[in-house]
Design a protein around this ligand. Structure first.
Ligand code: CUA
Length: 159
């Protein structure tokens, strides 16, 4: 079969691009720890009272591992403040009790779609102390621009 020289050139160019894109995705995932939040289950968004989201907040699981249950609702994050020590490995479970929201932690790779009825899990290790601003990045109504929270990573005292 005869393939025109130009067509052949474009074919190899396209193949090259695919390899570049695939390498970029793998580098982001493996070298920079960018992971897609995974669905962990379903809840009834109208009744979170029988779930772990009944009392949103942070719990310590071990020396360095913490879990947080966060609920997005118009127009606030509950809790609006998460406090953990530096070096903490945070397992963040999140859902919405009304419409779709977006949980983006500035300065980190944490970026989660918050879908009513769906529980999403994302993990992140906070090595740098400081205050991390959380914004909602999915338009959710009139109060959307005010929908923010913060994650406070406290420096660990040397004994
Ligand atoms: Cu919640 Cu925008």
């Amino acid at each position: 079969m005869h393939v025109h020289r130009y067509e052949q050139a474009w074919f190899y160019f396209t193949l090259g691009l695919l390899i570049v894109f695939f390498s970029a995705v793998m580098t982001a995932a493996l070298a920079f720890g960018v992971n897609v939040p995974s669905p962990q289950g379903v809840v009834n968004p109208n009744d979170l009272s029988t779930t772990d989201f009944a009392e949103p907040g942070v719990r310590q699981l071990s020396d360095t591992v913490y879990e947080a249950y966060v609920v997005g609702r118009m127009w606030q994050w509950d809790p609006a403040e998460i406090r953990i020590p530096a070096g903490a490995h945070l397992k963040l479970y999140i859902t919405s009790s009304d419409v779709q929201h977006g949980f983006k932690v500035m300065g980190t790779s944490l970026n989660i779609m918050v879908v009513p009825g769906q529980v999403s899990l994302a993990t992140h290790t906070f090595d740098e102390p400081g205050e991390y601003l959380v914004i909602c990045h999915e338009y959710c109504g009139i109060g959307h621009p005010q929908m923010s929270a913060k994650i406070i990573v406290e420096p660990v005292q040397e004994p």
